[in-house]
Design a binder for this molecule. Structure first.
Ligand SMILES: *Cc1c(COP(=O)(O)O)cnc(C)c1O
Length: 370
């Protein structure tokens, strides 16, 4: 690691100096066809080797403090090809988390057809991982901050457990971002992101990221080439631009999430608030020891059940009632319909944007009838 602060890295990490053509903005190479140099492979966009894609990969590797990186067409493309790079027919996966809905659907709908088996375990329950391990266990998948329950598991312990048993460890770092936590620092092998969320941050492109060692990323790149899910060079350029402001945006989101969480915590018309930044959160100490900030996402349950939750979402004026996170606009989402997966029916997820915290708190106060 370079030793520079993240704010500096977000602007300069992976940028070639001197800048090509003297431009401080790396150019977009939209082209898909290149002359092969002597003995070399020609760049090709499906393989992620177009110069704009490669530039983005160097930037992403710098931000996650990894040897190499790939950008994919979506977060789900990143997670699915990361799993494909380490699992074959007959292999077993330990999935420790509550998991993003798309990840859970990928496992429940596709793992069996691919010949993979998996066990879904509580990320905080170390014994559950140990019990789930079998001789054919080849991968361990978790989330830094689980979505939508905002749990923080024993991340360092998970990476150590995987290494001890020669299991590939994969982590979805979307909710934390590398501003808050860099999972390679505790030994995770592959780090995935939905860059659709905070990495791009402007709710205007879909992208995914996988980072890791050169060797592991070469294997992921082979799967990416086979399935054809590289990120388009124009979107790669936009994502590279979005990354420049990542640290500023994530720090403001953290301040906003903290302000809203503190306001909701202990409010008479709020039954429960989950945000790892609150000392009352069961994983607070673990998160505080590992993280720099606690991210943009909190979950809460208003008093009065599901009807009260629907009414509250409808009466908020600043946050959009939309299902995403990590963007500059605050969002609220009703995460209903997953009660079977242990999610309360009255749960609301709040994703903090970069508005002024006072305005967000005032909106919540008004909507709660203060
Ligand atoms: C959104 C999201 C994904 C999926 O990303 P897409 O870009 O929508 O494919 C995966 N994991 C988490 C935690 C997410 O929030």
């Amino acid at each position: 690691m370079s030793g520079e602060r993240f704010e500096t890295l977000a602007v300069h990490g992976g940028e070639p100096r001197p800048a090509p053509g003297g431009s401080v903005v790396h150019p977009i190479h939209q082209g898909t066809v290149y002359e092969a140099g002597p003995g070399g492979d020609a760049p090709y966009s499906r393989l992620g080797t177009n110069p704009t894609q490669r530039h983005l990969h160097r930037r992403l590797a710098a931000l996650e403090d990894a040897e190499d990186a790939l950008a994919t067409a979506s977060g789900m493309a990143a997670i699915s090809i990361a799993l494909h790079s380490v699992l074959g027919a007959g292999d077993h996966l330990i999935a420790a988390g509550s998991f993003y809905g798309g990840t859970l659907r990928f496992l429940t709908d596709h793992a069996e057809r691919l010949g993979w088996t998996f066990d879904l375990v509580d990320p905080a329950d170390t014994d559950a991982w140990r019990k789930a391990r079998r001789p054919e266990t080849k991968a361990f998948l978790t989330e830094t901050i689980t979505n939508p329950l905002v749990q923080v598991g024993d991340l360092a312990g998970a990476a150590r457990f995987a290494r001890e048993h020669d299991i590939a460890s994969i982590i979805d770092n979307t909710l934390a971002t590398p501003v808050v936590f860099r999972p390679h620092s505790v030994g995770f092998d592959l780090v995935c992101h939905s860059a659709t969320k905070a990495l791009n941050g402007h709710s205007d492109l879909a992208a995914g990221v996988v980072t890791g060692s050169r060797e592991r990323i070469a294997r992921v790149a082979a799967v990416m080439g086979a399935y054809g899910c590289a990120l388009d060079p124009h979107a790669a350029y936009l994502l590279s631009r979005g990354l420049k402001t990542l640290a500023l945006r994530v720090r403001q989101q953290h301040a906003n999430a903290m302000a809203v969480a503190r306001f909701l915590h202990g409010h008479t018309r709020v039954a429960e608030v989950r945000y790892p930044g609150l000392t009352a959160h069961p994983d607070h100490e673990r998160a505080a020891a590992l993280f720099d900030g606690f991210g943009s996402v909190l979950a809460f349950r208003p008093a009065g059940g599901a009807a009260a939750a629907d009414a509250l979402v409808a009466s908020l004026r600043l946050p959009y009632a939309a299902s995403s996170l990590g963007g500059v606009e605050s969002l609220v989402t009703r995460v209903a319909g997953r009660e079977a997966a242990g999610l309360p029916a009255d749960l609301i997820r709040f994703s903090a944007g970069i508005e002024a915290p006072e305005d967000l708190v005032a909106d919540f106060a008004r909507a709660l009838g203060d």
